[in-house]
Design a protein around this ligand. Structure first.
Ligand code: TYD
Length: 225
């Protein structure tokens, strides 16, 4: 049994909060959970993250950006995600390959087929079982992020609103193409409502796998993150 769930969404859609809540709910039910994020999640990935998001790197060309995101992804897949899935851990990832299609593809206009080829190479074709897309109007999302006290303001946030609108439309197209993998949730609702919707969908997937949480007969035994 393994379950790989990714979270996507424009800036300020509340992904981080929802991942934290889902991880806590699953752990409370006895599932081993690992939460990670892109770009980052490994030492090499974090070094690449700094390169990518530093607002000083205004000269970065789109192809260099794409390759760096995918280098960080390759490292995360091999070093963290695949080993965790092999142990039966539920993996929650804050952004994954669909971010490349939405931002570099629909946002920057890079060729989608070429991006898909690169993603296959970077991930060894590892595809999420479920992708939760937290949908929000970028004008609302960016406003939320600007108001947030502890949110970093990065190089990609600084793109104009039209870029972020294109990213959102891209996400909605991707979700339409693969409705069985994507769960689209309106993120402009109370946190609790969004959380319940996500948890329901994840529980349905777990039920379909028809395996109880490991150690569910042994109370108090739970593997942490
Ligand atoms: P981050 O601070 O993690 O933002 P967020 O909280 O919105 O996830 O920054 C990640 C940024 O990188 C975000 O603007 C989306 C962008 N990104 C891409 O453009 N392509 C990618 O493949 C990935 C993974 C992220």
């Amino acid at each position: 049994m393994s379950l790989f769930i990714t979270f996507e969404g424009p800036e300020g859609s509340g992904k981080t909060t929802q991942i934290r809540r889902l991880a806590a709910a699953l752990e409370a039910r006895g599932w081993p959970v690992l939460a990670t994020r892109e770009p980052g999640g490994t030492r090499i990935g974090n070094a690449i993250r700094n390169l990518l998001l530093d607002p000083i790197h205004t000269e970065m060309v789109p192809r260099a950006e794409t390759l760096l995101f995918n280098a960080a992804r390759a490292q995360l897949v091999d070093q963290v995600i695949r080993p965790a899935l092999a142990q039966g851990t539920i993996v929650l990832c804050d952004r994954y390959a669909d971010s490349t299609l939405a931002y570099q593809g629909f946002g920057h206009g890079q060729d989608l087929d070429e991006l898909r080829m690169l993603i296959r190479y970077a991930t060894g074709s590892l595809t999420p079982h479920l992708t939760v897309y937290l949908d929000i109007d970028p004008a609302v999302g960016l406003g939320r992020k600007r108001q947030g006290q502890d949110e970093e303001w990065n190089r990609l946030d600084a793109k104009d609103l039209a870029f972020h609108q294109a990213v959102r439309e891209g996400y909605l197209r991707l979700a339409q193409e693969e409705p069985e993998r994507w769960l689209v949730v309106d993120a402009d609702q109370p946190q609790e409502t969004v959380h319940r919707r996500i948890l329901e969908a994840v529980e349905a997937r777990l039920a379909a796998l028809q395996t109880p949480p490991p150690g569910s007969s042994i109370t108090g035994q739970r593997r942490g993150r």
